[in-house]
Write a protein that binds this ligand. Structure first.
Ligand SMILES: [Zn+2]
Length: 199
C-alpha cells in the first residue's frame, strides 16, 4: 500500500470519526434530557466505530427476489456473475460475490484472532464448471453430488465450501450467523451460504 493510499485511508477514518462524534454529541444531549447519561453510550459508540472502520459499505442492504437471491445477482444469471462483481477470498484463488467475500474475509480473520483456522475448498462456480461437475459427480436427483447446472448456490457466488476441523466447525456454528453465513444443506457441514442484509 502506497503512502498516499494510507494517508487517504487515515483521512477517511478521521472524517468518519468526526461524523460519529457529532452524532454522539447529539445523542448525549437527548440521553441527558431523557434520563441520566450512562457509560452504555460509550460502548455503542466504540462498537459503531469498530464496525464502520472494519466494514466498507457498512449499512448497505439488498433486495431479494422470491428465491432469496439479491436482484442485482439474479439479473446476471446463475453461473454468469461478471468478474467485477466478484471478490477474492484472502489470498486464495477463490472468489465470491463481493459482499459475501468481504464478510467471509472478516469472519476468517476474526476466527484466526481466536486461534481458529477456517480454510476454503470451493466458492463461486461458473455455469461451465457446474456442467462439468454434474457430468463427473452426477445430479442430486439421481443420487449424485451435484446440483442441476444453473441452479447451484455456488453459481450465485453466495455459497462456499469450507475446510473446518472440529474446533472450527463448532466456532462457525456459534458465530457464522453474525457474518450472514448459515449451514443450509443437510449432510454437507462444509457448505455455508451467505445471506446479505436486507432493508
Ligand atoms: Zn457447497
Amino acid at each position: 500500500m502506497g503512502i498516499e493510499r494510507i494517508n487517504s485511508r487515515i483521512a477517511d477514518i478521521q472524517s468518519r470519526m468526526i461524523a460519529m462524534q457529532t452524532q454522539q454529541a447529539g445523542r448525549n444531549v437527548q440521553a441527558q434530557s431523557a434520563k441520566s447519561a450512562t457509560g452504555a453510550e460509550g460502548g455503542s459508540f466504540a462498537s459503531a466505530l469498530e464496525s464502520a472502520v472494519a466494514q466498507t459499505g457498512a449499512g448497505k442492504t439488498y433486495t431479494l427476489n422470491s428465491k432469496g437471491i439479491p436482484t442485482e445477482l439474479a439479473a446476471y444469471g446463475n453461473g454468469k456473475i461478471p468478474a467485477n462483481a466478484l471478490e477474492q477470498v484472502g489470498n486464495t484463488r477463490h472468489k465470491l460475490w463481493a459482499p459475501a467475500a468481504e464478510s467471509l474475509n472478516r469472519m476468517i480473520n476474526d476466527a484466526k484472532r481466536e486461534g481458529v483456522t477456517i480454510g476454503i475448498t470451493d466458492s463461486y462456480r461458473p455455469y461451465e464448471e457446474q456442467v462439468d461437475l454434474a457430468r463427473r459427480k452426477g445430479l442430486y436427483s439421481q443420487g449424485g453430488l451435484a446440483a442441476k447446472p444453473g441452479t447451484s448456490e455456488h453459481g450465485w457466488g453466495m455459497a462456499t465450501d469450507l475446510d473446518l476441523n472440529s474446533k472450527a466447525q463448532a466456532w462457525i456454528r456459534a458465530n457464522g450467523e453474525k457474518y450472514g453465513f448459515s449451514e443450509n444443506v443437510p449432510r454437507e457441514p462444509w457448505h455455508w451460504e451467505y445471506k446479505p442484509p436486507t432493508a
